[in-house]
Design a protein around this ligand. Sequence first.
Ligand code: NAD
Length: 396
Amino acid sequence: MIIEPKVRGFICTTAHPAGCAQNVKNQIAFVKGKGEFKGPKKVLVLGASTGYGLSSRIAAAFGSRAATIGVGFEKPASGSRTASAGWYNTAAFEQEAQKEGLYAKTLIGDAFSQEMKEKVIDLIRSGLGKVDFVVYSIAAPRRTAPDGNTYSSVLKPIGRAYSDKTIDLKTRAIVPVSVQPASEQEIHDTIKVMGGEDWALWMDALANAGVLEQNARTVAYSYIGPEVTYPLYRSGTIGMAKEDLEATAKKISERLAGISGSAYVSVNKALVTQSSAAIPVVPLYITLLFRLMKEKGIHEDCIAQMDRLFREKLFNLENMPVLDGEGRLRVDDWELRPEIQREIEKNWPAVCTENLEELADIKGYWKDFYNLFGFEVDGVDYSADISPEMAIPSVN
Ligand code: NAD
């Protein structure tokens, strides 16, 4: 069949297998182009199918020749319905890994569940013995916790309503946005979903099962961003969850002291992913940011970020993580450069529908958005007939 994009709000309900496969190949080529680095060898990636998690898996496998186990929440094709993009990404990743003799297995399902933790531990035992690095890159709208309750996350300010402007990406117009403050319950529930609790449960489960190597490391991802988005991001409900995640890193490090293990949070750059597209105001900031970073030649995508994180910050030549004053890894350093943020502060109040094309990289945003689902990828023939079926080799 011919597969075309069907965009509904923040997501695209179709995905293109050949386009997703090409994206994965491009990411692999990027990492291989930089040469090998001395990094982890047996890696578990939670949230491995898209965005930062997928790029982490690729950087570890093709930069450090690591065996990888990935976990993702994805759907296979069914009838004429395509699979999700993360499904195709994972199928392509495993195929490329196999070609190079790299161990790669994937479990599809709910990473928040106890059942998945047990399955992963069994797979580590049978396939790798132990792991030396765990990436926690889950971004989810809801979580069923061990208490049996299902919690939902919200993207809201705290304390008072927030009014500013955002971009309507469809009409390319700047429109007002107003978000009411979160209730105490919503703050609590967002921390339950996007805070550190599940990361700590994973690390406890892996440690108790004895499947972590001596000196094992783990990393989870956070975001800070510019002051203009603080009310909705860093000082909002998601920011509270990120603070909880950062505090959890310290607790996990203490618990892993017996094996000299350590847990880190890396603060990453704002990028177009399935998760960030859903955050109000952030897409407008991203379009302004990309324009400036591209102009200055310092724009990075997910794979460039994860490659730099592993190669230069976490597994650098000295094998000494490069941390900020609060113990965090920072690959948002280029985004937060004063010369970039000064321009953002100047452009933010000035940007309107009329000067949008001049100040913001709308074209780049849309290309990235379509690319997430395997569309508009250079070199792919979208007029060719293609089957939506694509097997992930390790998944039945
Ligand atoms: P993403 O939506 O691209 O990826 C999320 C991953 O989580 C996918 O692999 C998905 O399958 C998986 N997942 C979701 N629910 C799951 C479940 N219940 N069980 C198993 N897997 C599940 O998101 P992303 O933007 O790459 O986000 C990853 C992390 O990076 C998040 O913590 C996010 O806050 C952080 N981050 C993102 C940005 C950004 O701009 N996108 C910036 C800094 C930090």
